[in-house]
Design a protein around this ligand. Structure first.
Ligand SMILES: NC(=O)c1ccc[n+]([C@@H]2O[C@H](COP(=O)([O-])OP(=O)(O)OC[C@H]3O[C@@H](n4cnc5c(N)ncnc54)[C@H](O)[C@@H]3O)[C@@H](O)[C@H]2O)c1
Length: 446
């Protein structure tokens, strides 16, 4: 992660909103008035990769009117423009907000993590509703700034953790609430990523490749420090493991997989975080990690602070799974250990109660699936609420990103003061809660 004098500019940018005289808590009738009763005029920012999927899902809602498309890669933009020939197509999102803000009510930001905060802050500041991808942001300070801006704007927001709305998590929650495993004394969450999907554990690549004609590389870099383009290394998709752009395996998958733990248990901010894996280098996240959190106990937990251990890079709580005779398990999952047994929740498979023999008579519910994108569009139209609003999304993102901070201080238990957003006993770690912004890209200016 790069150093720089302007690392606090995100926070000052967010503070600027309050200074601009925006009401801290909009009155309910104003919030209500801001709902869109008819068609939702939508601008899609980032239309390749997951952006194509978000656009397809959002546009499949009958009340969606896609009026603008934005992508720094003109090849991706052209592909989306074929599907929405009447939409205005631009490469620079700042242009969209400068010139076209009155013609859209809603945006989705499905772009690399380092650009989530600037785009979402601009959108919220312009009073738009926002469907934002996970992780909400690349740093903890950004997540808090985005949540604050959403609160002030009174916008409808939803983070793209579509698994939150799927049948498997809903079924797992039903089993949890039925009390089969009792109060929880430990949680393990694991992911197989990066699993060769994208580079991690690598140093800065040398040299430069010619920038493809279709790509506006400077716009792609955005707030990140300047560096030469390298073919297939960052754009598309592979930026995830690089500290200047992405959030590594935990940032990428943590919001999907730690979600059941924070949600089912209603956890408050962690008390401490400790990494026992290898440290990252300055360029990229390590090939694997293991991070242990301690959360304050509550009525659903037992035995003092609740330990939650995150494993990635193919690590998993092998001994615990063996003791439960779990057999083959999903390589991306969340396991709750309770007084009476364990509950395995995965976004991709039905939940399981373990040991299986003990719970053989318990039927696994089918769960209820909701279209996560349509839920957002409905909420924008005043019907219902979203299940992953930025208030929750920012907290979930913060917990995942604190793991990335801990990686920098291996084998040290870092006490966390969530209220003051700092590590009281290790001030050096505070530096990793925010990030520099490239000159000319200060959020205030966009
Ligand atoms: N919810 C999920 O299951 C899921 C799955 C995949 C990705 N994601 C998230 O979606 C986001 C995008 O990931 P991806 O895999 O699609 O990345 P990607 O690099 O494959 O695609 C990003 C798209 O955005 C465009 N883009 C990049 N910078 C831009 C900018 N500043 N302005 C406008 N367009 C820009 C790119 O050209 C590309 O079309 C990430 O936050 C990622 O975590 C979520």
């Amino acid at each position: 992660m790069s150093a720089g004098p302007s690392r606090r500019s995100i926070l000052s940018a967010a503070g600027g909103f309050a200074g601009a005289g925006v009401l801290a808590r909009p009155l309910d009738f104003l919030r209500e008035r801001r709902r869109t009763r008819g068609l939702v005029r939508h601008a899609a920012i980032g239309v390749g990769g997951m952006g194509a999927a978000d656009l397809e899902q959002l546009a499949s809602h009958g009340a969606m009117d896609v009026v603008a498309l934005c992508d720094v890669d003109s090849a991706h933009l052209a592909a989306a423009a074929k599907l929405f020939p009447n939409a205005r197509a631009v490469r620079d999102w700042r242009e969209l907000f400068r010139n076209d803000a009155p013609v859209f009510d809603s945006v989705n930001a499905t772009i690399p993590d380092h650009m989530h905060a600037p785009v979402m802050l601009a959108a919220l500041r312009a009073g738009k509703h926002v469907y934002g991808q996970k992780p909400l942001t690349r740093t903890v300070a950004e997540a808090r700034a985005v949540a604050r801006a959403a609160r002030r704007a009174g916008s409808v927001t939803q983070m793209g953790i579509q698994n939150h709305s799927n049948a498997h998590y809903s079924a797992a929650l039903e089993l949890f609430r039925a009390g089969h495993i009792g109060r929880v004394h430990a949680v393990h969450v694991w992911s197989d990523r990066p699993a060769g999907w994208w580079p991690q554990g690598v140093e800065r690549a040398s040299g430069a490749d010619p920038v493809p004609d279709t790509l506006a590389w400077n716009l792609w870099l955005g707030v990140a420090p300047e560096r030469p383009y390298k073919k297939d290394l960052y754009h598309p998709f592979s930026w995830r493991g690089f500290a200047d752009f992405g959030t590594g395996a935990q940032g990428d998958m943590g919001c999907h997989l730690m979600d059941p733990a924070l949600w089912f248990l209603g956890l408050a901010a962690p008390l401490s975080i400790r990494s026992d894996g290898p440290p990252p280098n300055d360029e990229s996240y390590p090939l694997w990690s293991r991070v242990r959190y301690e959360f304050p106990p509550n009525a659903l937990t037992t035995r003092g602070p609740l330990p939650l251990t995150w494993h990635d890079g193919g690590k998993a709580p092998k001994q615990e799974l063996e003791e439960l005779a779990a057999g083959p398990v999903d390589p991306n999952a969340c396991l709750f250990f309770g007084e009476h047994g364990a509950l395995l929740a995965s976004p991709y498979l039905p939940p399981r109660l373990l040991p299986a023999e003990k719970f053989a008579a318990v039927p696994i519910p089918a769960g209820t699936a909701v279209n996560h994108w349509h839920q957002y569009v409905d909420a924008v139209r005043g019907k219902g609420t979203t299940s992953a609003p930025f208030e929750y999304a920012a907290f979930l993102t913060e917990v995942a990103l604190l793991g990335n901070v801990a990686l920098r201080f291996p084998h040290e238990t870092l006490a966390w003061d969530a209220k003051r957003m700092r590590f009281p006993e290790r001030p050096e770690a505070d530096w990793y809660l925010s990030s520099p912004v490239r000159k000319g890209w200060d959020f205030q200016e966009s």
